[in-house]
Design a protein around this ligand. Structure first.
Ligand code: AMP
Length: 430
């Protein structure tokens, strides 16, 4: 199938071809015609599937065909959980609208609102926003959503995880009831289904990949290692393997900083990206990583969510996530767009139960190796680390690893434990 058969205008086809895309991805093939038919869409799609173009291209076509008012009210709103994702969606919107008379901008917290307000004042057709800053500016009467025709909730599951449900509901109440709604989510928990029920009208369900399946192209590997030897092992793997672009996940912000220092002291260029970093520092880290001047990007889960880094060859779980589904999100950063990738996990004794949960979720045993000189500590306890031990955002219930009888049950339990800990302004903190 080609982009030509999807019903997109010449201006959009030209923009797509400028990006070098030749074939629409599965989510694009399914979602674009439905959105052009003005249907509400509930889409299951992870980052890396091409979902952003999947909703942006038809959205731009609808907007460019509709009536353009002189003062340019906001006609399409894209809500994202994090600043980084908002910035990336904005970049994509700009690229795809290069040959259209469509104005767009992005707003998010953590930076001065003044430039954002100035741009809004000139009128924009498409606004990409995180919920907190959007409501802030709305409360200050600096923007209006009274003319929104299309609403996109991107990574809706993560927005709920981050405690944005109340903000989302408030935002719904300040938009016209009659509009087209598109909801994208990597997972479909009970809460997401409830949100979809609330917001979408007779939605059409679109699935890009089976839920929680790991990408076949990804070569997954576990190295069993003593906890205290992980950083040395990582240095060895990066150096011996000549890894040039490595995304490393740590569980905590503190852990990310510490590991970054260690890598730098081993002559491996590295930068950390997490919520205690200023927006400027995060952007710099991401840019350096994309350009190749920074070899290793050390990230926490929420900070890394939605980062658009195509063709990433190596992803390392320096610590396994205590939420099994996060493993799938993390390793989805490699093997993108048909390229092969490698996902490596450094697993110490106290992560044994997390590994078991992950293997249940992905439905396969991940091959495990021990490297000489980096053996696991035979005397270390296999008790999982306790909540509060430098935890970042979620704590695992103490006995959560004892009764994983089925896949979805496990995932839901993890999610439920998370949902009890609302933290609505996490996009600023994390
Ligand atoms: P996304 O899932 O929206 O974050 O997109 C992941 C990456 O795939 C981005 O770098 C896009 O530029 C790229 N991409 C999106 N659609 C296509 C396509 N049809 N062909 C090739 N690459 C694409």
């Amino acid at each position: 199938m080609s982009f030509n058969s999807l019903g997109l205008s010449d201006a959009l086809l030209k923009a797509v071809s400028k990006q070098g895309y030749t074939t629409p991805s599965p989510i694009q093939q399914k979602a674009i015609p439905l959105i052009l038919e003005r249907k509400d869409v509930l889409a299951s799609a992870q980052t890396g599937t091409g979902k952003t173009a999947g909703f942006t291209l038809p959205m731009l076509q609808i907007l460019s065909q509709g009536q353009q008012l002189r003062h340019r009210p906001i006609r399409a709103l894209v809500l994202t959980p994090t600043r980084e994702l908002a910035a990336q969606v904005y970049d994509n919107v700009k690229e795809y609208s290069a040959f259209l008379d469509i104005r767009s901008t992005v707003i998010f917290g953590g930076v001065n609102q003044r430039p954002q307000v100035a741009t809004l004042r000139n009128g924009v057709d498409v606004l990409i926003a995180t919920p907190g800053r959007l409501l802030d500016l709305h409360n200050q009467k600096l923007l209006s959503l009274a003319n929104v025709e299309i609403l996109v909730l991107d990574e809706a599951d993560r927005m709920l995880d981050m405690g944005f449900l109340r903000d989302i509901k408030k935002i719904m109440s300040i938009m016209p009831a009659k509009r087209q709604n598109l909801l994208f989510s990597a997972t479909f928990s009970k809460d997401i289904k409830a949100l979809a029920n609330d917001i979408l009208h007779h939605p059409i369900l679109v699935e890009a990949t089976p839920e929680n399946s790991t990408v076949d192209a990804i070569d997954q590997k576990v190295y069993r290692v003593a906890k205290g030897l992980k950083s040395d092992l990582l240095v060895k793997l990066i150096s011996d393997g000549n890894w040039e672009q490595v995304l490393v996940f740590t569980r905590t912000k503190h852990g990310a900083n510490k590991l970054t220092k260690k890598l730098i002291s081993s002559n491996i260029s590295a930068m950390a990206i997490h919520g205690n970093k200023s927006q400027g520092a995060r952007t710099k880290a991401l840019d350096g990583f994309k350009k190749g001047t920074t070899r290793v990007l050390v990230a926490t889960d929420i900070a890394a969510r939605g980062l658009d880094i195509p063709l990433l060859p190596h992803v390392v779980n320096y610590e396994l996530p205590n939420i099994s589904e996060d493993y799938v999100h993390r390793i989805g950063r490699t093997g993108r767009a048909g390229a092969s990738g490698e996902a490596v996990s450094l697993v110490s004794a106290d992560e044994t139960s997390f590994l078991r949960d992950i293997e249940k979720l992905v439905g396969q045993r991940i091959p495990s190796e021990i490297i000489e000189g980096f053996e696991p500590d035979p005397n270390a306890s296999t008790e999982p680390f306790k909540p509060g031990q430098g935890k970042q955002r979620n704590s695992r219930p103490k006995n959560a690893n004892t009764s994983n009888s089925n896949r979805s049950g496990n995932a839901n339990r993890n999610r439920n434990s998370r949902n009890k800990r609302p933290n609505r302004h996490n996009d600023r903190k994390e």
